[in-house]
Design a protein around this ligand. Structure first.
Ligand code: FES
Length: 116
């Protein structure tokens, strides 16, 4: 049984071989959507691109729809995947919201203002 590690959530779970990554996330309380896309998304049909995750490990190749959507979004990095189209075939590490913008307090120019 493959192990799925959700990096930001510090969570390791086991998944069935060939499991859909979006389903694995939602069954384990991991949110792959951000902000309004939690409500407004295509519910796993591969059309909206809001379930974008970074996946390191063994997953099935991109589906035709997924490849088309990601290329349309200008995303060429091979480890960026749509969770709803991605099948787990071995151990993987998943980063949700891989393109989230850092908060301004994390920006180097404001580091000196951080309260420790
Ligand atoms: S839920 Fe819309 S592309 Fe994955």
């Amino acid at each position: 049984m493959p192990t799925v590690r959700f990096k930001k959530q510090f969570l390791h779970v086991e998944a069935a071989d060939g499991a859909n990554l979006r389903d694995v996330a939602s069954e384990n309380g991991v949110e792959v959507y951000q902000y309004l896309s939690r409500v407004f998304n295509c519910h796993g049909h591969g059309f909206c691109g809001t379930c974008l995750v970074r996946v390191e490990g063994e997953v099935a190749p991109r589906t035709r729809r997924e490849d088309s959507k990601l290329r349309g979004m200008g995303l060429k990095e091979p480890d960026l995947r749509l969770a709803c189209q991605c099948r787990v075939v071995g151990d993987v590490t998943v980063t949700t919201a891989p393109r989230a913008v850092q908060g301004w307090m994390e920006h180097a120019d404001y580091a000196h203002m951080k309260v420790v």
